[in-house]
Design a protein around this ligand. Structure first.
Ligand code: NIG
Ligand code: FE
Length: 417
């Protein structure tokens, strides 16, 4: 079924040519078309433009039935790309959250066997089918808030067997979900208890056993390391990244959430697709990222939930960097995958302008999960993943009305979802 959306109040991120990302001052540039139409055929965007330029002859060339939608008073956005999630996990961790309210830090909870280790224990006890069902529900909830693509990490296995189990669940989600999904191998999420006194031994296991097996089954697109104080060192990170690259996995890094850990620099050195979190980012880090191929990615939900200091996004943009915003949906530091909330947090917590938040959650995150060629903008030939909003006066309502769902109709691969 082809889709023709007419009388769109504003078609957002309508970009004639495919671009990689927007950086620095450019992040304030957001191409929009007032009173627009959008036509899809099959799973792709066929045409778009101003209503006054709409020529009905184009419909004669469409070889499938056409559904017409009147979007008077409504906006059309390309679906959000969420380039950082951990949605394959077993159960939730709200009991630990109470300890957090009472004053324990994320690191303290981890040190006593909670946090990631708690999730690893539960994941071990949960079947692949059950994990799949839980993750599927999370994906559907993300889609309901406007997400059309996401990256999903392993990292709650921490044994070869359980990491492979997680990645197989992700593969099944890839096969069955209409969302575009990328898989990221994060064996280096935490040192499991068994290796408590021998962290390098665990790194050896990742390098010698896990990465080759993950690659042999083609289970991952990327390799990730939690390179931060209390987790993995720069040296350990380098060893893992080198092996990942050898096996065709492009790095994405968790960096500088707890301290100036060197994670950003090591990410840039190994041409990581993104470095994520970045609460501790100074001039040196900004300099390292400038003109690199690495997308600085901030996770406002995690900073909000853990009450952390905010990454210096304004400084980063002023320094000429691109910035992406993703959810970090996970049971410990951000139990939400609502990208509309992330979008609004960009303005509330980081003083980003609405245009910047659109770029940060669409094309810049598309780059950070390597799907910028097919997603992230409304461009001819790209995958038809978009949503129609409820009636709104201006685009700015998306940033302003932070608690409500402004998405009214969702289309993924050209099909109503
Ligand atoms: O991105 N920072 C490291 N890992 C996750 C948290 C995972 C967890 O606590 O379960 C994050 O915030
Ligand atoms: Fe994360």
């Amino acid at each position: 079924m082809a889709i023709l959306v007419k009388n769109i109040k504003q078609l957002v991120q309508a970009e004639p040519k495919s671009i990689k990302f927007r950086a620095g001052k450019e992040m304030q540039n957001l191409p929009v078309i007032d009173n627009a139409y959008l036509l899809t055929e099959g799973d792709k965007i066929k045409e778009f433009g101003k209503m006054e330029d709409f020529n009905p002859d184009i419909l004669k060339k469409i070889k499938e039935p056409i559904e017409e939608i009147d979007a008077t008073g409504k906006f059309v956005f390309p679906s959000f790309c969420d380039s950082h999630t951990h949605i394959v996990y077993a159960g939730s961790r709200e009991v630990e959250y109470i300890d957090k309210i009472k004053g324990l830090s994320y690191e303290e909870i981890f040190k006593r066997g909670g946090g990631i280790l708690n999730s690893a224990k539960r994941l071990h006890e949960t079947s692949e089918e059950e994990l799949y069902d839980q993750a599927w529900q999370r994906l559907e909830e993300m889609a309901s808030f406007g997400t059309g693509a996401c990256e999903i990490k392993s990292g709650y296995g921490l044994t070869t067997e359980d990491e492979l189990k997680m990645l197989r669940v992700i593969r099944k989600l890839k096969e069955n979900s209409p969302l575009t999904i990328k898989a990221n191998f994060l064996g280096a999420h935490a040192v499991p208890l068994l290796y408590k006194d021998d962290p390098d031994g665990y790194v050896d296991l990742i390098i010698n056993e896990m990465i080759p097996m993950v690659a042999a089954e083609e289970l991952a697109d990327f390799v990730d390391v939690f390179c931060d104080k209390g987790f993995f060192t720069v040296e350990q990170t380098e060893r893992i990244l080198m092996q990942g690259i050898k096996y065709g996995l492009r790095p994405k890094i968790h960096a500088n959430e707890m301290a100036c850990s060197g994670g950003i620099q090591v990410g840039v050195k190994y041409n990581a697709l993104s470095v994520d979190h970045l609460e501790y980012t100074g001039d040196e880090e900004i300099k390292a990222l400038y003109k690199s191929e690495t997308m600085p990615t901030v996770l406002p939900g995690a900073a909000f939930f853990l009450g952390m200091q905010c990454a210096p996004i304004r400084k980063m943009i002023e320094g000429g960097l691109p910035v992406a915003l993703a959810s970090d949906f996970n049971p410990g530091s951000c139990p939400s995958g609502n990208m509309q909330l992330v979008f609004a947090m960009g303005s509330v917590m980081y003083k980003m302008l609405p245009e910047e938040t659109v770029n940060a959650t669409t094309i810049n995150t598309a780059y950070a999960m390597d799907v910028w060629r097919e997603l992230g903008t409304i461009t001819k030939g790209k995958i038809a993943n978009f949503f129609i909003t409820k009636p709104m006066d201006t685009l700015y309502y998306m940033n302003y009305a932070f608690g409500s769902n402004k998405v009214e109709q969702i289309f993924l691969n050209g099909k109503r979802h």
